[in-house]
Design a binder for this molecule. Structure first.
Ligand code: GDP
Ligand code: MG
Length: 293
């Protein structure tokens, strides 16, 4: 059996969380068109006849360390490289960015085998450009393998998975074969609510809100979930609630359906919106809201 951990890294929005979900054929990590959707490190575990791959989805690496939340995201991304066996570096199409140099340096320091996965190839028209790009990539960094993929359309994901198994050490399973993530249902429920908020709200708002599960009760045939949506200002509270509560109602319905699908059970979901100013710039407030891995 080949077993080990694989870190999925890259700039925000390249498709790391989408890739993990599609490799697992299950939605474990939340995704959206907005950068910084993923705030927590999360494991996705895939067991097959070849062995077990433990994928680590990470918040994207950033330049700015201005706020406490950004510092937290950066730390999480850095510590990811400790104790993993293989790194998959995702790019969004055939472009290098100034930003990628920072990741090169981090990878060099880590000294791990790195696979370059060029994602979103469904959007690339000129396939010949791929070869030139790969030749150039080999000059920039000693990649173990280069593979074009589409996480969204499941293109080449089986190829990527096989390359990963080839690079993993022979050892016993790290997790029980039926386990798919290291996170609790409570955590996943909070993340699903945050996904719906992120997808529905304007560009600025999502970074300034967080979701806390106040109570999670399991009854026969029904899970009751009571959640608080924390925002920074009263004006944001009004946006989240929406006209006559319409926005909050829609978010609640969408989240409930996703949670029901995930835990395969009926769910009663109650959402409150509360104001707590300055939370994203205050480490203590972050801890109290569960940002403590
Ligand atoms: P992350 O920040 O790296 O985790 O990125 P996400 O997984 O949240 O994805 C960011 C956006 O890219 C989402 O809107 C995805 O639907 C989209 N996306 C991810 N993979 C692909 C792909 O293969 N093709 C296309 N066209 N879009 C993709
Ligand atoms: Mg993500």
């Amino acid at each position: 059996m080949n077993c080990g951990t694989v870190a999925l890294i890259g700039r925000p929005n390249v498709g790391k969380s989408t890739l993990m979900n599609h490799l697992l054929k299950q939605k474990i990590s939340i995704t959206s068109r907005k950068p910084q959707t993923t705030r927590h490190r999360i494991l996705g575990i895939n067991t097959s006849e070849r062995g077990q791959i433990v994928y680590m989805d990470t918040p994207g690496m950033h330049n700015s360390e201005k706020k406490a939340l950004n510092r937290y995201l950066n730390r999480t991304a850095d510590t990811t490289l400790l104790g993993v066996d293989v790194v998959v570096w995702l790019l969004d199409g055939l472009v290098w960015q100034e930003y990628d140099e920072i990741i090169f340096k981090k990878l060099e320091q880590a000294g791990l085998p790195v696979i370059l996965a060029v994602n979103k190839v469904d959007k690339i028209k000129e396939k010949e450009a791929m070869l030139a790009f790969f030749a150039d990539a080999q000059k920039r960094f000693p990649f173990e393998q280069l593979v074009p993929i589409s996480a969204l359309k499941n293109t080449n994901l089986d190829v990527l998975e096989n390359l990963l198994y080839d690079l993993l050490p022979e050892q016993e399973l790290l997790y029980p074969e039926d386990q798919v993530t290291d996170r609790s249902e409570r955590f996943l429920a909070a993340e699903i609510i945050r996904e719906k908020l992120t997808r529905r709200l304007g560009a600025e708002l999502p970074y300034e809100l967080t979701v806390e599960i106040e109570r999670y009760e399991e009854h026969p045939g029904l899970s009751k979930i009571y959640a608080i949506i924390w925002v920074e200002r009263m004006t944001q509270k009004n946006i989240v609630i929406g006209k006559e509560g319409e926005m909050l109602k829609n978010i609640g319905t969408e989240a409930r359906l996703d949670i029901e699908r995930l835990i395969d059970q009926k769910v009663y979901l109650q959402l409150w919106v509360k104001v707590k100013s300055g939370w994203s710039d205050n480490e203590r407030a972050l801890l109290s809201l569960g940002f403590n891995d």
